[in-house]
Design a protein around this ligand. Structure first.
Ligand code: SDX
Length: 431
């Protein structure tokens, strides 16, 4: 039996054989590239719900079984045994580094963990109360002006250098969004600190006081960043790929990814979850919010619930809930009530028929905000942290795409439903 599907146009009797391509795991795909030539037809798939946009070896998701693999390694193992910086290496190069490779990677990043002093002046153009994601978009886009003429995106060495610059500099740009918002002086990156501790240092140290975070806080953030590092062809990653397919500057492509991630339906949900939990305020208010989430006339949705792919549970949410509980226990933080509201909301929602039949489960954003608040990171910075973590995934996917021999500029088609052809009417003859 040939691995093909036959598509027959019943209007004309014309047909085309389309190959079925199987991957390592997951749903096989129909290669429909001959469809338009043979049958003069397009496929129509708004939101790309059932469309594979590329071949990728970086991340695999199984939404029904709640599986997430990075280069074949289960997220549950990476979250417990790895570090974010090691996962960056894995996403970029496809293998876990040896000790020597890891040290060389770190040393390479340390050579690039400064940002041109002129770029630091860009922040002054933002009001102190500007949303940090608006700052990060602008600053990251501006970074492309420092690496443009001299960089050749078709040169593998330049691409590798670009990836290291993104991973080395994004923590600086992200932390400075917070520093600008509170009027504190920027803190320089330090080679002697781990990647995550260095970021927290740039966030919270001030000239007269060195911030030394508890080990549990550093580890919780490290795990949170591992869980946000990459996630297949989500909206923001698809944006980076589409911009990159036009051979745009990779730093500008990352800025485009940040723009998409800011959406409340996507990465902006972690901030929206905390604002929702704050609005709920007490467990006895939960039923009112559940009712609003179910009311079709109310645009309110239960932030942190649902996922385009995970129609069972998001394995990251399960891991984050555990990390959250352990951190709050360790810190003895006042955020226990918030965590209790979140757990109670999850418990009630998962017993409600509306959520059960629509397979709406807590996603990666549901508990992450509680961890970030426990780390005294302001709510408006939550999606910046998501963007920081995801920048490793974005640049890895960009690298993979630029190496793909099948790379073509992305150009979806459409179903035109506008007016038929008609002639122009001069304004003095219009009624
Ligand atoms: C991320 O793609 C990725 O991988 C994303 C991400 C990543 O790591 O990159 O995992 C990160 O973006 C996680 C998702 C964060 N967003 C939220 O938590 C926002 C709240 N969630 C929803 O906006 C929604 O669930 C989406 C956008 C996440 C998924 O949307 P879908 O799959 O397109 O779902 P849908 O709009 O088709 O909804 C199906 C039904 C609808 O009801 P009916 O029309 O069938 O009656 O479920 C309802 C929706 O109204 N529904 C919700 C709901 N989510 C869907 N109802 C109430 N609350 C919700 N959260």
């Amino acid at each position: 039996m040939a691995d093909t599907v036959t598509i027959i146009d019943n209007r004309t009797g014309r047909q085309v054989e389309c190959p079925i391509i199987k991957g390592t795991y997951g749903t096989p795909v129909i290669d429909i590239r001959d469809l338009n030539r043979e049958l003069d037809l397009f496929v129509h798939d708004p939101g790309f719900l059932a469309t594979s946009s590329c071949r990728s070896a970086i991340t695999y998701l199984d939404g029904d079984k709640g599986i997430l693999l990075h280069r074949g390694y289960p997220i549950e193992q990476l979250a417990v045994q790895s570090t974010y910086l090691e996962v960056c290496y894995l996403l970029l190069y496809g293998e876990l580094p040896t000790q020597a490779q890891y040290e060389a990677f770190r040393a390479d990043l340390n050579k690039r963990n400064l940002v041109h002093e002129h770029l630091m002046q860009f922040y002054s153009g933002y009001l102190h109360n500007a949303h940090p994601m608006a700052m990060l978009i602008g600053i990251t886009g501006a970074l492309s002006s420092y690496y443009h003429e001299a960089m050749d995106i078709h040169d593998p060495e330049d691409r590798d250098l670009t990836a290291k610059r993104v991973i080395a500099k994004m923590p600086i740009l992200a932390a400075n969004c917070y520093k600008h918002s509170v009027g504190h002086p920027f803190v320089y990156s330090r080679d002697d600190l781990s990647y995550v501790k260095n970021f927290l240092n740039m966030m919270f140290s001030v000239p007269n006081h060195h911030y030394d975070p508890p080990a549990s806080a550093v580890r919780a953030l490290d795990i949170l960043m591992i869980l946000h590092a990459d996630h297949e062809q989500n909206a923001s990653t698809s944006t980076v790929r589409l911009a990159g397919s036009a051979e745009a500057n990779p730093f500008a492509c990352i800025a485009a990814g940040i723009v998409t991630l800011w959406g409340r339906a996507h990465g902006g949900a972690n901030e929206a979850v905390l604002r929702m939990l704050d609005e709920i305020g007490r467990p006895e208010n939960i039923p009112k919010f559940i009712a609003r989430a179910k009311d079709k006339n109310d645009p309110f949705r239960l932030m942190g619930f649902g996922h385009r792919v995970y129609k069972n549970y998001d394995p990251r949410a399960t891991l984050i809930r555990k990390v959250c509980h352990e951190l709050l226990e360790d810190l003895g933080t006042v955020d226990q009530p918030l965590f209790e509201i979140a757990m109670r909301l999850e418990e009630i929602a998962l017993k409600d028929e509306y959520f059960i039949e629509r397979k709406l489960y807590p996603n990666v954003d549901f508990y992450s905000g509680i961890i970030l608040r426990a780390l005294i990171i302001p709510t408006s910075m939550f999606t910046v942290l998501f963007a920081l973590a995801r920048s490793a995934g974005w640049i890895s996917q960009w690298m993979e795409m630029m190496e793909d021999p099948e790379l073509r500029i992305g150009r979806p088609r459409q179903l035109y439903i506008g007016p038929k052809k008609r002639d122009y009417i001069p304004i003095d003859q219009r009624v």
